[in-house]
Design a protein around this ligand. Sequence first.
Ligand code: IPE
Length: 262
Amino acid sequence: MCGINMGGTVVIKWGGGLITFKDQLCTVNQEVIDELAEACSKTDKRLVIVHGAGSFGHMKAKKFRLAEGRIDGLSQDEAVEDVRTDMLKLNKYVMDSLAKFGVSAKSYPPHEWARGTGPKFKGDLPVFDGVTVVFGDVVEDDEQEFGILSGDDIILRYATELPDVERAVFAIGGVDGILRVPPARATPDDLIEVWHPELEFEGEHASDIDVTGGIGLKAARGAEISSAGIDVILINGERPGRVIDAIEGKSVIGTRIISGNC
Ligand code: IPE
């Protein structure tokens, strides 16, 4: 690094479907977490890591309808606590892995500082003088008592409100970016290299297990970040080389998201 300050901040989302096995309750993909942590140890950029929930959040949140808030007749209190505890467990895997690769990081559980869901949630965004880590969580909500705050909404706020953000990276599992057709039917030609909101794609959203918005929410939040003048790229997080290149702003296989109105 030669004593030169390499500059700005990069915000990166580690998708829940990337770092966990989404269909088996509370199972981590340790190999992927370690690869991501190692990639994040290799940059001079200041990082904000936002991780998703995968099987540590969606399943129980879905079963107890936590995204809808308080529902009379349903005993949800235990589920609220359980999902928060499970998210802290997932976060510990992330923090331990970052520590293993020598990354100085601090975690700020959103249920301690954020209120409300969606992109306009309230609360001052915590920032650490190293790597800041936050995640999708069950938060308090003024109207519905509690709700699910997605990491995709959190990353939007960090990307647009920190002063020196260079780019936002969405690392997802199983695909190289946004595809024209669902992954099972896609060929390499189906990767959309530049996406904007007017461009339709047949996004697959497992709404039977997913309580937030799947790829569609990432694309929409990506476009909002891009309209604030920040570069956005969505990449396959199972390819560590691409993760490093994306953080550094090098050209990489994936989907660049543009706002469409520039
Ligand atoms: C969801 O967060 C949080 C919970 C279900 C508790 P995200 O929306 O960021 O999670 P992923 O990336 O889809 O798993």
